[in-house]
Write a protein that binds this ligand. Structure first.
Ligand code: NAD
Length: 389
């Protein structure tokens, strides 16, 4: 790659993580933020992260000095003037992203790639303010960026082949696994994963089980690393709810993505999760977490219901060419640590079993939320082992 200097805009959770990854891959990095405190905080965090890596034997003192020296800090966009790529990771608001992208273009060279780490906004819209919009691309890291191997690469309709090729090669040279996603709401992971939260919340709302029991079903029976309520408490109910709402409206209010009142109320009450001390669970010192009802039959029903909804979403993403079969499975295992790729899982369960569970739900509730993907129906009808399209 001939990109030597990398610009990162936004020194928050994601921007700092991306800057660290780029510096550790050997690039000079300039981290820019309008807020001087955010820059100070990022610099302090790097020192403690690097010290921990040294303690664990994953970094030498020399490497720490070398990597630290590669990162510079600035509050001025002018510092991006000699960058080969700028990755934006600021607040998730389209008007603000529009303003900074048009400002950026006045400073960077004509061939500088302008990337956004947005989780849910349209890359085409972000690029629409650029004169040379073929340089725009989505490069979506997962939190924490230095640890999560997956990066979704999202070309917009304006993106040139060379922007795509360079971006993909660059991110892979940083040791990341890339998947290619269409510029559609939630890309791969944030679309396909919605039922993990939404169906768990629905099961709770129907009074079928409490938070702890649903979490137990998904971990003990399903093999997921974390149950949905524990995970939402980690992500933050404010953040997770905002993503759900944004995906829902971006899909023209498709009931499959309908947000949940339970999560909305938790978020409104300030029950964000771990960061506020209380979410679905109470994290105050000395408070014991509630115990699940370890009823295997109930647990299996809960797990099956959430899993078939996830599989249905994966099928629909494949049906609408959001990504390839391989990339959809890779995205869920490498981006959110699912124990298996959902399409592989579907094959193992038998597509007719998955379809029949969805049809049962659809007929019981009569809600569009449970409608099986036409692609799943077609595959069952054709009755052959599911292979790539
Ligand atoms: N947090 C996550 O889990 C996650 C995961 C993937 C993608 N994302 C996306 O990454 C982006 C950043 O998210 P985050 O969680 O790191 O946010 P954050 O709030 O931690 O950090 C945002 C930073 O941007 C700075 N900023 C805001 N407006 C600015 C401007 N006009 N110019 C320069 N700096 C500005 C803020 O001072 C802040 O330091 C968002 O688009 C988000 O959707 C977040």
């Amino acid at each position: 790659m001939n990109i030597s200097k990398v610009g990162v805009l936004g020194a928050g959770t994601m921007g700092a993580g991306i800057a660290q990854v780029a510096a550790q891959a050997g690039h000079r990095v300039v981290l820019v933020d309008v807020n001087a405190d955010a820059l100070d905080q990022a610099e302090k965090n790097f020192q403690s992260i690097f010290s921990r890596l040294i303690e664990k034997g994953k970094m030498t003192k020399e490497q720490m000095i070398e990597t630290s020296n590669k990162i510079s800090y600035s509050s001025s966009f002018d510092s991006f003037s000699n960058c080969g790529i700028v990755i934006e990771a600021i607040v998730e608001k389209i008007e603000i992203k529009h303003a900074v992208f048009s400002q950026l273009e006045k400073i960077v060279s004509d061939d500088c790639i302008l990337a956004s780490n947005t989780s849910s906004l349209s890359i085409a819209s972000i690029g629409s303010v650029l004169k040379h919009s073929n340089r725009v691309i989505g490069i979506h890291f997962f939190n924490p960026a230095p640890l999560m191997p997956l990066v979704e690469i999202i070309p917009a309709v304006q993106t040139s082949e060379s922007t795509l090729k360079y971006s993909k090669a660059l991110i892979e040279s940083w040791g990341k696994v890339t998947v290619l996603a269409k510029d559609t709401p939630g890309f791969i992971v944030n679309r396909v994963a919605r039922p993990f939260y939404g169906e768990a919340l629905r099961i709770y709302e129907e009074g079928i089980a409490d938070f702890a029991t649903i979490d137990w079903a998904m971990t003990a029976i399903g093999g997921f690393k974390m149950g949905p309520f524990t995970l939402m408490d980690y992500i933050g109910n404010d953040v997770n709810y905002a993503v759900t709402e944004s995906v829902f409206s971006a899909f023209y209010y498709d009931p499959r993505f309908k947000p949940s009142f339970t999560q909305k109320r938790h978020s409104e009450a300030g029950f964000y999760g771990r960061k506020s001390g209380r979410g679905y669970y109470d994290y105050a010192q000395g408070v014991e977490l509630p115990k699940p009802i370890e009823d295997t039959e109930l647990g299996q029903q809960i797990f099956d219901r959430i899993l078939v909804m996830l599989i249905n979403e994966a099928f629909d993403a494949l049906f609408l060419n959001v990504a390839t079969r391989e990339d959809i499975d890779l995205a869920m295992t490498k981006g959110v640590n699912y124990p298996k790729g959902l399409l592989q899982w579907a094959d193992e369960l038998g597509l007719d079993n998955v379809l029949s569970k969805l049809e049962d739900l659809f007929s019981e509730y009569g809600e569009d939320r449970y409608r099986p993907s036409p692609f799943l129906k077609r595959k069952v009808r054709e009755n052959h082992l599911f292979n790539s399209k």
